[in-house]
Design a protein around this ligand. Structure first.
Ligand SMILES: NC(=O)c1ccc[n+]([C@@H]2O[C@H](COP(=O)([O-])OP(=O)(O)OC[C@H]3O[C@@H](n4cnc5c(N)ncnc54)[C@H](OP(=O)(O)O)[C@@H]3O)[C@@H](O)[C@H]2O)c1
Length: 292
């Protein structure tokens, strides 16, 4: 039997991090170390260096981020300190210990002004500070260390809810519907939802196959936010009207891509693991949360 891979996860109590932690802790093939903000602040290079180089990890997964997209427009320094320079600090330590550096990234690196989904070979061109900070993070990782994996996901939903956003979209919709609040959701902005439970298993498959480079790892298919919300209520057997509105009727501080749907040109040739359609993932999530 081969030795288990020594894997560290930064951002272990976040929405995605919680599901990665749960899955990896249960796998014999990994010797797993979850790290949260009390263990490591990725803005501090010395702390990152000390924590990561004191144990010789084979893989370091960076799921930590500053994810409040609208706040990033004002808090540019914080966005770059965490999403870009934090990633650089981790990549430097990974290079030193020859660990694979895994950076979780986003569909928001894309402009989103075309009708077709984005593949790994499409050029990134972010339209907001969050996207710019994440794309810079991707580039710093790729420039700094020869062994990296950039896993792009989008519109994340998971049991833990985003700590940086105080929940997730589905939870907000269900809470408002149950409270009888009026609901208006954008119908002309499209994306590919990602269930953290599935993303954790995809990441496991990617590590097992020794994948490097950029991989798109959202659930299969795409939808508008309106369609996503409508499906969630229908599947949770909650009857409540949702008004469908254009994005222009819901101005936000940060510009958002109109179509940031992701598709992968690579996954089929890398692994037999398949990201299921978003509708199936949403059903599984609602069951996990006992809404069905
Ligand atoms: N949420 C989405 O819709 C979405 C979409 C596409 C891509 N992504 C990407 O997916 C990844 C995970 O996002 P998520 O939804 O799981 O977000 P999340 O729930 O907010 O988790 C982010 C984690 O990062 C930690 N963190 C923040 N600043 C840190 C620092 N300076 N040092 C160490 N840890 C720090 C947070 O710790 P505290 O809880 O202590 O603050 C939290 O555990 C991120 O890379 C994000 O960019 C997310």
């Amino acid at each position: 039997m081969t030795n288990p891979l020594k894997v560290a996860l930064i951002g272990a109590n976040g929405q995605l991090g919680s599901d990665i932690a749960k899955h990896f802790a249960d796998c014999d093939r990994y010797q797993f170390t979850p790290l949260n903000r009390a263990d490591i602040d990725i803005r501090q290079e010395e702390s990152v260096h000390q924590v990561l180089t004191s144990q010789k990890f084979d893989v370091v997964i960076n799921s930590a981020a500053y994810v409040r997209v609208d706040d990033c427009e004002q808090e540019v320094e914080t966005a770059f300190a965490v999403n870009a320079f934090g990633a650089l600090h981790i990549a430097r330590a990974c290079r030193e210990i020859d660990a694979l550096c895994v950076y979780i990234s986003t569909d928001y690196v894309f402009r989103g002004d075309r009708p077709s989904p984005y593949t790994e070979s499409d050029l990134a061109d972010p339209v907001n500070i969050y996207g710019a900070s994440k794309f810079t993070g991707e580039n710093l990782v790729r420039q700094t260390t020869p062994r990296s994996l950039i896993l792009r996901i989008s519109s994340v939903f998971g049991k833990a809810g985003a700590s940086g956003k105080g929940g997730n979209f589905i939870e907000t919709i269900i809470k408002k519907a149950k409270a009888g609040d009026p609901l208006k959701v954008v119908n002309d902005m499209f994306m590919s939802p990602t269930y953290t439970y599935d993303a954790a298993r995809l990441l496991d498959a990617l590590l097992q196959s020794g994948t490097t480079g950029i991989v798109h790892g959202a659930n299969a298919g795409s939808c508008s936010w309106y369609e996503f919300a409508t499906q969630a209520l229908e599947l949770a057997h909650i009857s409540h009207p949702i008004a469908s509105i254009p994005a222009s009727a819901f101005p936000t501080k940060a510009t958002r891509p109109m179509n940031s749907a992701l598709v992968s040109d690579r996954l089929e040739s890398i692994t037999t693991f398949k990201m299921r359609p978003w509708q199936e993932a949403l059903t599984a999530y609602l069951e996990e949360k006992s809404y069905r």
